[in-house]
Design a protein around this ligand. Structure first.
Ligand code: ADP
Ligand code: MG
Length: 669
């Protein structure tokens, strides 16, 4: 709970201070008001007999002031924590995002324990901001007010007077704490039925919504969801009834205790042991106590637990340190990085290809060049460092938590400035190899060397910097709900170099040049607002693209990265969603582009890899064959030859069918 208060102070200091101060002042008025009310009533008889005197007027004025302050503090407190609400929610979300994205290593992110923790925090994220509100608003006002009222009553009436009510308040608070904790668990979708209902809803309305309609499953899923939704509430309702019964019993007990204390006060007054002022003070104090109900303890406790999970996921200290360091780095980068102008981008020729660099030599370069690994050339700089050579040296790899080796003693060389193609069946481990290439994972055994430097020897910053040097299109390429221009321009690295806010109007001269080279000029011209068109149907003027069109946008982004200095190009199944024409353009464009960078193109389509001079076949976790297309076709019982033939024969069959149909059509005509 104090964690949340510290959190609030860090994120929204002013609002938190205002809310807490207002609540404490409010608590003070809650004690002052009954005391002065007692005075006002007690002095009334004197005023009736002798007329107004100065002390009585002072009591009345102070009482009025206290009432006014009480009202003002309520409004002020409310405003305070409502102002803090936005920053707190934002910070919670940012911290979860940070936990999932700050590490260049993918291991943590894909770890099931982390995933479970993220799931838990996300499902109860809102409890943190609510806990903050309850803490700064309700708890900081009610708890001191209750203690103050009890102490005052003890002094005014008799020491034990507050005890019966206090004990019942505490019993009730503890009971409510338990009730709320369990009820909220039931409530926040923890029952089987609710999970099923959520799943059915997701199915009917989410990603598969179109298929669901076409298959006529909507009605079925709706009924299923309804059934589960009600069933899901049944345990909650059962609890609610049971809890309500006990709550009534406890409530009655509190009323009896209150009555008993009031009767005692009345008896004291009747027997002349206390005067009018005392009883007139005691009764409002008793009523104020009786009116207090510490229902928020359970919610505060849950909020504390949720905050604890967040703290576990993204420790404040580490997070804060990363934020300041990150900001400093971005600021430094922003000072030195200029975005390339079209003239500087005219072609990939500006990136020097190492003149027959002896790759074997460069691979043996000592590890002292580690920093070079992370030195992505600034776009406006003349190319000084050549593209790197990459070597997989007997690499074995299995995903964390699994014994199965996906790569098993794999050796592969991507010579500096050359293009290599990789083929293999589904699940052969091609995408896994990319993850190792970008140091998203480190090999279980063996090494991945970049210009002779082992990626495992890099620290976090160097690993990040290495990733910035690679321009990948992964199989699950990014589809950002942003304008088309931003989707391409993000490849320039401008964002991580400090231009966190890309210009509202992207530099279209640069983008048009990229579009031409990526073959998406027609696509962009078709968009209603050109580069500014949001690629998100839910945005005004926005539109969605087909799978193939998205893939071409992704390719343009990769080109943008290369044109602004990325030296390693990785295309993982770049043609999967492309039509024949786009695929042909991709292959031509790729070979042209690949002249200036070290590149790896992965595809299960032989038409894509065929023109690449160096083709590797991945099978059983290692490279089983490599060479040019003709060489691989010459291996009598080779894998490449077998797979190529199978694919080619399918196409040949299809072609024959098409031809036969065309001929038949001609005959008919
Ligand atoms: N994050 C992961 N955790 C565990 N296993 C994975 C993960 N990603 C992929 N795999 C497994 O690794 C194998 C190789 O996957 P992948 O490299 O994507 O194959 P390819 O790209 O060649 O089709 C597959 O059997 C897949 O199930
Ligand atoms: Mg793959």
């Amino acid at each position: 709970m104090f964690g949340i208060l510290r959190f609030g102070l860090r994120v929204a200091r002013k609002s938190t201070v205002i809310a807490v101060a207002a609540a404490l002042l409010g608590a003070a008025t809650a004690i002052v008001i009954p005391v002065l009310t007692g005075r006002a009533i007690g002095g009334a008889l004197g005023v009736i007999r002798n007329g107004l005197d100065r002390p009585y007027v002072v009591v009345l004025i102070v009482l009025l002031l206290a009432l006014a302050i009480s009202n003002v503090t309520s409004v002020l407190g409310q405003t305070g924590f409502e102002l803090a609400d936005g920053p707190i929610r934002r910070e919670v979300t940012l911290r979860i995002g940070w936990a999932l994205s700050h590490d260049p290593d993918l291991t943590e992110m894909e770890d099931p324990a982390t995933a479970a923790l993220v799931q838990k925090v996300r499902s109860r994220e809102w409890e943190i901001s609510m806990g903050y509100q309850l803490l700064t608003g309700v708890a900081t006002r009610q708890i001191p007010a209750l203690i103050g009222t009890a102490v005052t009553l003890g002094i005014v009436l008799t020491w034990w007077a507050p005890l019966p009510i206090m004990i019942l308040i505490l019993i009730n608070a503890e009971y409510l704490r338990r009730v709320i904790t369990t009820q909220m668990d039931v409530w926040s979708g923890q029952t089987e039925g609710q999970k099923h209902a959520a799943y059915a809803f997701e199915q009917a309305m989410g990603k598969a919504a179109k298929e669901i309609r076409i298959f006529g499953l909507a009605d079925y899923l709706r009924r299923r969801m309804m059934g589960y939704a009600l069933e899901g509430y049944r345990p909650y309702w059962a609890r609610r009834w049971r809890d309500a019964g006990l709550s009534v019993v406890l409530g009655v007990a509190k009323v009896i205790a209150t009555l008993a204390v009031i009767c005692y006060a009345a008896w004291q007054a009747a027997t002349g042991r206390i005067d009018l002022t005392t009883i007139a003070t005691a009764i409002p104090l008793i009523m104020a106590m009786a009116d207090t109900d510490l229902w928020m303890i359970g919610q505060l406790q849950r909020a504390g637990t949720t905050y604890g999970w967040l703290e576990q996921l993204a420790p404040t200290k580490q997070y804060a340190q990363d934020q300041t360091e990150g900001a400093a780095k971005v600021a430094a980068a922003a000072r030195t990085t200029k975005i390339a102008t079209p003239a500087e981008l005219t072609s990939a020729d500006t990136i020097i290809r190492p003149a027959d660099a002896d790759t074997a030599d460069s691979i043996e370069t000592p590890a002292s060049t580690a920093m070079v690994v992370g030195d992505r050339r600034r776009p406006d700089e003349p190319a000084t460092s050549p593209p790197p050579g990459i070597v997989f040296d007997e690499v074995s790899f299995g995903y964390p938590g699994s014994d199965r080796l996906i790569l098993d003693g794999l050796s592969l060389e991507l010579p500096a400035g050359d293009a290599v193609a990789l083929v293999g069946v589904n699940g052969a481990g091609k995408s896994t190899l990319v993850k190792l290439l970008v140091a998203g994972y480190l090999p279980t055994r063996g090494r991945v060397l970049v210009d002779g430097v082992d990626l495992a020897s890099l620290d976090v910053d160097q690993r990040r910097a290495w990733q910035r040097r690679v321009s990948p299109i992964t199989q699950e390429f990014l589809r950002l709900p942003l304008p088309a221009g931003d989707n391409v321009e993000l490849g320039s690295g401008a964002v991580w170099a400090g231009r966190l806010d890309p210009d509202p109007v992207p530099d279209t001269a640069v983008l048009d040049d990229i579009a031409q080279r990526a073959g998406i000029t027609d696509l962009v011209q078709r968009l209603p607002a050109g580069w500014l068109t949001s690629l998100d149907k839910t945005m005004p003027g926005g539109t969605d693209l087909s799978g193939g069109e998205w893939q071409r946008i992704g390719l343009a982004r990769a080109l943008r990265a290369v044109s602004s200095g990325a030296q390693v190009l990785v295309l993982d199944e770049p043609a999967a969603a492309l039509d024949v024409q786009s695929e042909a353009r991709l292959v031509d464009g790729y070979l042209d582009l690949a002249r200036s960078v070290t590149s790896l193109i992965i595809s299960h389509r032989f038409s894509v890899v065929r023109p690449v001079p160096s083709i590797c076949v991945l099978e059983h976790g290692r490279i089983v064959e490599h060479g040019a297309h003709e060489e691989l076709m010459d291996i009598a019982d080779g894998r490449y030859r077998a797979m190529f033939r199978m694919q080619a024969s399918r196409y040949a069959e299809a072609d024959a069918e098409v031809e036969a149909e065309l001929r038949a059509a001609e005959v008919e005509a």
